[in-house]
Structure formats: C-alpha cells, structure tokens
Design a protein around this ligand. Structure first.
Ligand SMILES: Cc1cc2nc3c(=O)[nH]c(=O)nc-3n(C[C@H](O)[C@H](O)[C@H](O)COP(=O)(O)O)c2cc1C
Length: 188
C-alpha cells in the first residue's frame, strides 16, 4: 500500500471560487495523487483548473468542519499556482496536475509539487487529533458502514478524546458527534 497523507485540499473553480475539502494524497514516487470521488466539487475544479494546494494543518476543526458543513476557512493566495493557502496551514504544497487517469468512481490526478513552504513549527503528536481525523472519515461513511462497526470505532476513539483533547479537538469532536447523533436518530 502506498503512503497516504491526510491534507486539506484547496481548488479553484473557473469562476474563481475557492473550494476546501479534506482529501488523502497518495504518494507515487516523487508525485502526489489526488483521487476525488465522482461526483464532487474537487473533481469539477481539478478538471476546470488543473492545480491544487495541499494544506497541512494541526487544527483538526478544519477536517471536522468541512465534513459537517463548516467549509469557510480563511486563506491567502498561493505563490505559484492559481489557488489558495489556508491561514491555518503549518506548511503547504502547491501542486500542478501533470496527467489524469480516468475512472467512473474515482479518477486520479497525478500532480507535481512546484512549491513548498513552512509557516509554523510543528507542535508534536496528539492522540485526540488523530482520533478526530478517524472520526471525520467515519462521518463521511456513515451510510456505507454497518452500525456496529461505527459504534465500536467511536467508542475506541472516544478514549483518546477523553484523555488527550484540548479545546480545538473537543470542539471538532462535538461537531462530528452532532452528525453521529442525527444518523443514530435515522437508525431508529
Ligand atoms: C481525512 C479525510 C480524507 C478524505 N479523503 C478523501 C479522498 O481521498 N477522496 C475523496 O473523494 N474524498 C475524501 N474524503 C471525503 C471528502 O472530504 C468529502 O467527501 C468532500 O465533501 C469531497 O467532496 P467535495 O469536493 O464535493 O467537497 C476524505 C475525508 C476525510 C475526513
């Protein structure tokens, strides 16, 4: 299995609107692959404007926020591509699409990094941040996974939240749990 880095990808539509979404970047040699599902705004934007910015953030509210309808996060213009760098980015990569591998479910955009910049020193590992990331992935898959699997994974992730979360992680977890509660209601 290739290395996958979880990032916040910003893309720009033809009309100039910036779109922000969490996506896993897949490593292939010195290239990074963006693989958005069909249909999605990220896919449309990459077809219209073949570049992106991968933002590396430690504020996991952005991961949780994007999957719970909180998609407005402040940004600045990128340096070398027609895109946006999140103000929260600890570092970022500016990516140009070199080629595309078409697929009905999940096309792949093969990208080259044309510019990298660090903005803030990395602050170390935190288990609650990792737990929020995992729960954010779960929240995007609630309709696809068996109920028991979702509940047992959340129970495990909750341990890291209880033991190690700071304010940002607790807020992010709260947003995700609102979604989970709504889904539980639908389960009857
Ligand atoms: C950590 C994380 C990684 C994700 N990776 C991907 C990915 O590689 N491809 C994808 O299509 N969606 C991925 N998702 C789900 C998307 O962020 C979500 O479905 C998003 O809304 C994409 O659709 P959009 O471009 O229309 O906003 C991921 C979500 C999380 C929380």
């Amino acid at each position: 299995m290739p290395l996958i880095i979880e990032t916040i990808v910003t893309t720009r539509s033809r009309s100039g609107e910036i779109h922000i979404a969490p996506l896993g970047l897949i490593q292939r040699g010195d290239k990074w692959i963006i693989a958005p599902f069909t249909p999605s705004k990220t896919l449309d934007n990459l077809q219209e404007n073949p570049c992106a910015v991968a933002n590396h953030v430690d504020d996991v509210r952005i991961f949780a926020g994007c999957v719970t309808g909180r998609k407005k996060w402040p940004f600045n213009r990128a340096e070398k591509v027609d895109g946006a760098v999140l103000k929260a980015a600890m570092s970022h990569w500016e990516l140009k699409v070199e080629s595309m591998e078409d697929d009905d479910v999940r096309p792949r955009f093969i990208c080259r990094s044309v510019f990298t910049r660090g903005h803030k020193p990395w602050g170390g590992f935190n288990r609650a941040q990792a737990a929020v990331l995992e729960a954010a992935v779960l929240v995007t898959r609630l309709k696809m996974l068996p109920k028991e699997k979702v509940e047992s994974e959340l129970e495990y992730l909750q341990i890291a939240i209880s033991k190690t979360a700071g304010d940002r992680e607790l807020e992010a977890w709260g947003w995700l749990m609102e979604k989970v509660q709504a889904w539980r209601g639908e389960q009857g």
